[in-house]
Ligand binder design. Structure first.
Ligand code: SF4
Length: 127
C-alpha cells in the first residue's frame, strides 16, 4: 500500500487501559461511510414503537434509552454513531418483535464495523 493512500491514525481505546494502534486508510474511511449509509437505510423504516425495548434484557436492567435497540435505531438512521454500540448484546430478541421486520441486531453489528473501519475498534487482549 502506498504512503499516499495511507493515513496512519493512533487510536487510544477508551474501553481498554492499553493503547490500540491501527492504520486507517482512505479506503477504510470510504468503506465506513458507505456502510453507515447502509446502516441508516436499515433503520429508516423504524416507527419508534418501542416493542424492541420491551424484550431487550439490557434495557430491562439499565432502563437507558441510549443503549436500547430503539435508541440505537433512532440514532443510526440519522447516521449518529458512537461507542455505545459496543454495549449492545446481540441476543436478537429485538429482531423477533419488530413490526417493521428491521434486522436490528445486524444493523447494530454493522455499526460496530463502521467504528472499526474508523479505527475505533475494541483492542485485542494482546494489543
Ligand atoms: S421494534 Fe422496530 S420499529 Fe419498533 S422501535 Fe424497535 S426498531 Fe423501531
Amino acid at each position: 500500500m502506498s504512503d499516499e493512500n495511507e493515513n496512519v491514525v493512533k487510536v487510544e481505546n477508551k474501553t481498554s487501559s492499553k493503547k490500540s494502534k491501527r492504520k486507517v486508510t482512505k479506503q477504510d474511511i470510504l468503506e465506513a461511510n458507505n456502510l453507515l449509509e447502509e446502516v441508516a437505510e436499515i433503520f429508516e423504516p423504524c416507527i419508534s414503537c418501542g416493542l424492541c425495548n420491551g424484550v431487550c434484557p439490557t434495557f430491562k436492567v439499565l432502563l437507558d434509552e441510549r443503549v436500547s435497540p430503539r435508541g440505537y435505531a433512532l440514532k443510526l438512521r440519522e447516521k449518529i454513531i458512537d461507542e455505545s454500540v459496543y454495549e449492545y448484546i446481540p441476543c436478537k430478541a429485538c429482531d423477533n418483535v419488530c413490526p417493521m421486520k428491521i434486522p436490528i441486531s445486524e444493523g447494530i453489528l454493522k455499526a460496530r464495523e463502521v467504528l472499526f473501519l474508523r479505527g475505533k475498534g475494541l483492542a485485542k487482549k494482546e494489543d
